[in-house]
Design a protein around this ligand. Structure first.
Ligand code: 6PG
Length: 247
């Protein structure tokens, strides 16, 4: 069962997402002394990261007990404007007191391999939260429709060949957490904003077609929770826009 939270617009959505991440961080550290989160790339979460970098969240979060991973990465240099690592550092990590060795970028643009990243993830007993976005085609992380990676039941992290994002080869190679891994985590939060995503949101939450055509539907944690944080525009096509459960 997915729980849906709908916020009036992108700004209140970003603030609510920051609040949720802060709450989850404090709860995890209270319960087990550590908070491990995987952050999404793309454009939508940037405002949430900016909120986390400022008051009150920057002081609230237990940064010294927090470990940061990525859900996926474009295999470019960390200085490249397309780098998800760069975006998260500039919007958040450069502004908060998180120990540098607790920041775990994918670095596939600098020779890092999926196997290496998986070995690192396997040293952590649990990932507390995975933050995901949604593409207009229903992709999430770098799990694209009909991608062979969707069938991966063993690996936790997989390389994604260039062009998988359908940008005719311009899109660089990528690396992504797999559905097999994300369905083992404690909590998944989809953060989706804007009218351009409304059709994919409806398909993801109410669709009945082949999930291989809409990879976000494959994210069904066995014991974990799934929450959809949406703004009104992204929720516009849902049969019911009242907050609650779906799927
Ligand atoms: C990436 C992301 C990707 C993203 C969606 C939505 O590296 O591009 O991880 O899965 O979440 O493409 O992107 P926007 O937020 O930019 O619309």
């Amino acid at each position: 069962m997915a729980v849906i939270h709908i916020h009036p617009e992108a700004e209140s959505l970003a603030r609510a997402a920051a609040r949720l991440i802060a709450q989850e961080a404090c709860r995890s550290v209270e319960e087990r002394g550590c908070f491990a989160i995987a952050l999404a790339g793309g454009v939508t979460p940037k405002r949430t990261y900016e909120y986390l970098a400022g008051p009150p969240f920057a002081d609230l979060l237990p940064w010294r007990s927090t470990h940061v991973f990525w859900t996926d990465e474009r295999c470019v240099a960390p200085s490249d404007p397309r780098s998800n690592e760069r975006m998260v550092r500039e919007a958040l990590l450069d502004h908060v007191p998180i120990p540098p060795d607790q920041i775990h970028p994918m670095r596939c643009g600098a020779g890092g391999t999926a196997a290496q990243y998986e070995s690192l993830l396997r040293t952590f007993p649990v990932l507390d939260l995975v933050l995901l976005g949604l593409g207009g085609d229903g992709h999430t992380a770098s799990l694209f429709p009909r991608s062979p990676v969707l069938h991966d039941e063993e690996r936790w992290v997989a390389p994604v060949p260039n062009g998988a994002a359908g940008a005719g080869g311009e899109d660089p190679r990528r690396m992504t957490l797999t559905t097999a891994f994300m369905n083992t985590v404690a909590a998944v939060v989809f953060l989706v904003s804007g009218v351009a995503k409304a059709a994919a949101v409806k398909q993801a939450l109410e669709g009945h077609g082949d999930p291989m055509d809409l990879p976000a539907r494959l994210i069904q944690p066995a014991t974990g929770t799934v929450r959809w944080l949406l703004d009104q525009e992204a929720a516009a096509l849902l049969s019911s826009t009242s907050e609650g459960e779906a799927g």
